[in-house]
Design a protein around this ligand. Sequence first.
Ligand SMILES: [Zn+2]
Length: 159
Amino acid sequence: MSHVSLIKLRRESPRHSAPSRYSLPQGRRSTHFPQRVKLAARTRAGDGDPYMARCEWCHVWLGRDGGEVRRRVADGSTYPVLTSVANAVLLCGNRNEGCSRKAARREFEAEAGGWFIRGGEGPEHDPRRVPVLVSLDGSTVFRWLSEDGRYAAQAPAGG
Ligand SMILES: [Zn+2]
């Protein structure tokens, strides 16, 4: 677990504790979710227990502090859910390695699995309406990320 802790320390050392002061540090857009959203994503990824969190894409164990909580839609969207847990995924690694790297580089595989979403208007850019491809109970299925931090088997109702 020690190498995991080091990654965490390096990535999050300049802590911005006051959400009211709206300034995005350069190159750190993946880490500016509120703590409660990060915790909700880790809890979902740990099937109810953030200490059991796994990478939501490849399922490697991350625990309470490993990996990083990334935005799926990072820019170009006007949806109020940008900072909600529907737009948050816990991925292993960082911008230089692991699943986070694949999402940061907007690789085809990342987009096909819903881990990265292009910014824009319309439901195909709305993180509430774009499912992620997850492994659950041994099968690979699409699940929608609900705004209350669950994997939903169906898209949310309404427009
Ligand atoms: Zn992974």
